[in-house]
Design a protein around this ligand. Structure first.
Ligand SMILES: Cc1cc2nc3c(=O)[nH]c(=O)nc-3n(C[C@H](O)[C@H](O)[C@H](O)COP(=O)(O)OP(=O)(O)OC[C@H]3O[C@@H](n4cnc5c(N)ncnc54)[C@H](O)[C@@H]3O)c2cc1C
Ligand code: FES
Length: 286
């Protein structure tokens, strides 16, 4: 049986050659974020992946970018990629329709420590689109809920209408053994929930820091402050994991685009233990 925190290696004869995937469905999550379901164009099986890994998604004639896989690794398909439209390639992705074909290389990168977290409390801290790479970890943890202690999700969005996976959050809230706290940076009107950065939720979240594994994904500043707050609560630095973003071209440690100090985010990350990257965080060119 595959241990889910072991990264899956791509089975490609040429790691730079994309496999053709067909778009099955496009869903708009928020004003600037959408999820696409894809499956191999030749009707074959979707690639296997571990929670936290990413694919290089190629939009023909436009370009190729890294996007995390946000579906359940235990499902045979389709693969889901949740993307925020920020620039050339992601805007072109937003215009895809069912039936279109994209190229996919992957999966690449390291994975969340879902197996190693067994018997411990788990805290997932997500900022914005950072909830997407954490969703596969949540699926696996919930599938074997009894193997974990407390499971806490702390999620921060910019505004209530920027919240991802609203329906799913409601379903997860219905689990009596799952603690979900949502906060927004700015709110008006009918919002009755928390307001403020997600880091503010950490001091009062219900987990035992001495036996907690934390998985954090979001903008780099948010991750640095989250790691600091988690440490203040008593979570050991080596039990804090962060997923880093850098521009990527090859994803196979050849081009050097994603260099991060002595490491490469495409092969040594994106999921890193906090102590390995603490000194490098928030530096654009390292
Ligand atoms: C391992 C990994 C996983 C990712 N997973 C997701 C995901 O699940 N969903 C998602 O929406 N995005 C994800 N990203 C970020 C995504 O790759 C970038 O948003 C995308 O490359 C932007 O491409 P573009 O051509 O649309 O924008 P561009 O025109 O290239 O740039 C638009 C803006 O985004 C910035 N930008 C470009 N690439 C990156 C990058 N890699 N990291 C940070 N800022 C960048 C640029 O500096 C610029 O400000 C991930 C990145 C990495 C490295
Ligand atoms: S993307 Fe080329 S070395 Fe990492």
């Amino acid at each position: 049986m595959m241990t889910l925190q072991t990264p899956v290696k791509p089975v490609l004869s040429d790691p730079m050659l994309p496999t053709l995937y067909r778009v099955l469905r496009v869903r708009r999550d928020t004003a600037d974020t959408f999820s696409i379901d894809i499956a191999p164009a030749d009707g074959g099986n979707c690639l296997s992946f571990a929670p936290g890994q990413f694919n290089m998604v190629y939009i023909f004639g436009v370009g190729e970018i890294p996007i995390s896989i946000s579906s359940d690794p235990a499902e045979s398909g389709p693969l889901v990629h949740t993307t925020r439209a920020v620039g050339t390639v992601t805007q072109a992705m937003a215009e895809l329709r069912a039936g279109d074909v994209v190229g996919v290389r992957g999966p690449f990168g390291t994975a969340w420590p879902v197996e190693a977290a067994r018997k411990k409390d788990v805290v997932l801290v997500a900022g914005g689109i950072g909830l997407a790479p954490l969703r596969p970890a949540m699926y696996r943890i919930l599938a074997e809920r009894d193997s974990y202690g407390k499971v806490v999700l702390l999620y921060g969005a910019r505004t209530p209408s920027d919240m991802l996976y609203r329906k799913q959050l409601e379903q997860w809230r219905a689990h009596f053994d799952l603690d979900i706290f949502v906060t927004v940076d700015r709110a008006s009107g009918s919002w009755r929930g928390n307001i403020g950065f997600v880091t503010k939720l950490i001091p009062r979240a219900p987990f035992d820091p001495r036996s907690t594994v934390a998985m954090v994904c979001g903008p780099e500043g948010m991750m640095r402050y989250s790691a600091q707050e988690l440490e203040k609560r008593g979570v050991r630095a080596e039990n804090i994991y962060l997923s880093m973003e850098r521009n990527m071209k090859c994803a196979i440690r050849v081009c050097g685009h994603c260099q991060f100090g002595p490491m490469f985010v495409c092969r040594d990350g994106p999921v890193f233990r906090y102590p390995a990257i603490r000194a490098l965080m928030d530096k654009q060119e390292v």
